[in-house]
Design a protein around this ligand. Structure first.
Ligand code: GLC
Length: 481
């Protein structure tokens, strides 16, 4: 295997960057924060749930729609994600199923959930000066999951910005999502078939009446309008819970456009604010199409994982590449897919995070931008590995859990496969790309970074959110030496 000396050097730079994140004045983390009820899936649990639910093999296997509208559909979603080792989020559309999960399945622990909530905690720990987090609901159970930190703010009942963990809105209802985590090599059975999980991952079952319609708190909207310090980034997420139509019959497009209006209004006072959109697992195809067209033609930056990329390829008519990516979920086909989506949108930046490698495409970038982007990506990779290895980012030391670890051989081999592809497509110097991770083709800059892989991750949920937000913020040009 090739030497990873150059990557040790790049990682050391990334680590230095982390110390400078305190120079970022403000970040908005909107719109979804919720409570994650985490439950580990294993053979024994699976069998108990199945027995208690009294569903047959057919009840499960015949389910087609990606929504939890009966017990069989819950098992189908979980089985699908488990047996393929993929991340999925399915919405619960019937309140009685939420109660069933609460009573019969329960949870092992509660933790901060929702991209908005997870990112806010992570950025606050990284010492961004002001992290403003939106929460559609903020009862005590939710507020207590925000880190107790002075730089992490949300609004209370009177619309006043204050420490998020104290901004309790007593009348709000808790929004609980079930996170079923499973590990590579675990098995579950259905009838005579044994399914072995090929890759550690998670299945999310979501009941969230407020975020289902992208509820935006007016108090927060007005409080942000009045902020006087610079807000450098607005990180958007939570749209994956929309459905077409919404349960009241209205169109999700209205909600998407309303949120856009809110952000554009904030931009009047915050002219330099970069807007990033985190795609997330969006099961409703109509919503996915709307998001691609509305966000793809508006935001500055998009973040996604391999499964989300495949979902998008399907809606832009790139079935062949989507199938190739499904069959071989590795850097080469995924890169081809990423370039298709990049060309389809107008964004200046898109980032894909896959197992072992992150790839960012930039439009019209300068040499310095590419180096900053790489520094942000390795900084994010170190923190993400720290999160996986330590189980949670709760103290400053947790951020550095993975400091000094080398990138994995799997990652370097993904990078080298990508280098050969880029060589065949654009005559890129392979050796240079493998050691630097940067190349330019016309108007497009390609940045790829191999990651540190944690062999036995304590947790995986929220990993993508951490990677996307930190890569973007860590690339800020003001953090360069
Ligand atoms: C989605 C889920 C949420 C989870 C998050 C992790 O937002 O709804 O429960 O915490 O993904 O990325």
């Amino acid at each position: 295997m090739m030497s990873n000396n150059s990557w040790n050097k790049h990682y050391a730079e990334g680590c230095k960057r982390l110390k400078k994140v305190e120079q970022i004045s403000g970040v908005l983390s909107v719109f979804n924060a919720n409570i994650d009820a985490v439950k580990i899936v294993n053979t024994e649990n699976w069998n108990i749930w199945l027995r208690h639910a009294s569903v047959s093999k057919e009840d499960i296997l015949l389910v087609e729609k990606h929504e939890i509208n009966c017990k069989g559909a819950f098992f189908k979603g979980l089985l699908d994600a488990f047996s393929k080792g993929i991340a999925q989020e399915w919405l619960i559309t019937d309140l009685s199923l939420y109660h069933w999960l609460k009573e019969d399945v329960g949870h092992d622990k509660l933790q901060m959930g929702g991209q908005g909530g997870i990112i806010a905690n992570a950025l606050s720990l990284c010492e961004v000066e002001h992290v403003l987090v939106h929460a559609a609901s903020l009862p005590k159970e939710q507020a207590s999951l925000f880190l107790d930190r002075e730089n992490l703010l949300s609004v209370n009942m009177d619309g006043k910005l204050m420490k998020a963990c104290d901004a309790i809105r007593d009348c709000d209802i808790p929004l609980i999502h079930w996170i079923f985590e499973f590990k590579k090599g675990d098995t579950i059975e259905l009838g005579d078939t044994v399914y072995t999980c090929p890759k550690s991952n998670r299945f999310i079952a979501t009941w969230d009446p407020l975020n289902f319609k992208l509820t935006i708190d007016n108090g927060f909207v007005h409080a942000v309008e009045k902020v006087e310090y610079p807000i450098n980034y607005c990180l958007l997420a939570g749209y994956q819970m929309l459905t077409s139509p919404l349960s009241d019959g209205s169109s999700p497009l209205e909600r998407i456009l309303e949120s856009k209006k809110v952000v554009q209004n904030w931009q009047k006072n915050q002219k330099e604010m970069t807007v990033h959109f985190e795609f997330a697992s969006t099961q409703d195809v109509t919503v996915r199409e709307m998001l691609l067209s509305e966000m793809g033609s508006w935001v500055d930056s998009i973040g996604l994982n391999e499964q989300e990329l495949i979902d998008l390829l399907l809606i832009i008519g790139e079935k062949e590449i989507a199938d190739e990516c499904l069959e071989n979920t590795h850097a080469v086909p995924l890169y081809k897919g990423l370039e298709k989506i990049f060309t389809y949108t107008k964004v200046k930046r898109i980032q894909l995070h896959l197992f072992g490698l992150y790839i960012t495409l930039l439009r019209g970038a300068e040499e310095k931008d590419a180096e900053n982007t790489r520094a942000g990506m390795v900084m994010a990779a170190m923190v993400a590995a720290s999160k996986a290895g330590s189980g949670a980012l709760e103290s400053r030391e947790d951020l550095y859990w993975a400091k000094g670890q080398s990138v994995s051989d799997v990652s370097l081999s993904e990078l080298s496969d990508l280098a050969s592809l880029l060589n065949s497509l654009y005559s890129v110097d392979e050796e240079e790309f493998v050691s630097g991770g940067i190349c330019v083709h016309g108007d497009m800059t390609i940045v790829a970074t191999p990651t540190i892989i944690v062999e036995k991750p304590v947790t995986l949920v929220g990993m993508g959110d951490t990677i996307s937000s930190l890569s973007l913020i860590g690339a800020d040009k003001n953090l360069a030496d």
